[in-house]
Ligand binder design. Structure first.
Ligand code: ARG
Length: 232
């Protein structure tokens, strides 16, 4: 896979969905965040050049990777069996659970899943958070009409602030970030123990080099510096 030239400036084009702070988000027209820095560092150390970031819908990332529009996904993407049938993942670089966000000063303050009975729940379509909401649907806790799927989590949280949904299920570090910046709070956590990986095409042999680079980034302390920069 990759280009044939053997030049040391072979480009790897990264893609994300930049509405997932602090992993990836827009700031003054730039796409920034932990994933952005981590992926660029890994691409660089693997001996490639990072192309400019494509900001895509979350659900378009895997198709865009497989059709060659992008070469690497860094989007807080959970390593999931159905995704592993379509793409390869790097070694995990993050662990997360899901959090249930509600309005900070609202009347609705659920303490556990059963308290979501009859509530409306917002998620970003195509995410593991949507998967948790669908599980609650199957278990009869929430109703299909009360499950709202948004194109991204910023829109979901705006609707929560506006009172159009009662709760939003989103990855824990992102929930924490929203609660620091908006009028929403974490009501409780759903332990999913999911792991994030970067995605690459199954036939792209640069994956091993990216994995080596990620290991080096952890070993020399760069990883911890990035965590301190974006999460503390
Ligand atoms: N970790 C969740 C998943 O893989 C959500 C990821 C959403 N990422 C984003 N950049 N919007 O489904």
């Amino acid at each position: 896979a990759g280009c044939s030239g053997g030049s040391d400036s072979e480009t790897l084009v990264p893609g994300t969905n930049a509405a997932f702070a602090p992993f990836e988000f827009e700031e003054n027209g730039d796409i920034v965040g932990f994933d952005i820095d981590l992926a660029e560092e890994a691409i660089d150390r693997a001996g490639y050049e990072a192309g400019s970031w494509s900001d895509l819908e979350f659900g378009s990332l895997i198709p865009s990777l497989n059709n060659g529009d992008i070469d690497l996904i860094a989007a807080g993407m959970t390593i999931e069996p159905d995704r592993q049938e379509q793409i390869d993942f790097t070694d995990p670089y993050w662990e997360s659970n899901q959090s249930v966000l509600v309005q900070s000063d609202g009347d609705f303050q659920p303490e556990g899943e059963s308290d979501l009975d009859g509530a409306s729940v917002g998620v970003q379509g195509g995410t593991t958070g949507e998967g948790e909401a669908e599980r609650l649907l199957e278990e009869g806790v929430i109703a299909e009409d009360d499950l709202e799927r948004y194109p991204n989590y910023v829109l979901a949280v705006e609707d929560l602030e506006g009172g159009n949904v009662d709760a939003v299920i989103v990855d824990q570090p992102v929930a924490k970030n929203f609660s620091a910046e908006r009028d929403v709070s974490v009501a409780f956590v759903i332990e999913t123990g999911e792991q994030f990986g970067m995605g690459m095409r199954t036939d792209d042999d640069r994956l091993a080099e990216i994995n080596d680079a990620l290991a080096e980034i952890r070993e020399d302390g760069t990883y911890d510096e990035l965590v301190a920069e974006w999460f503390e």
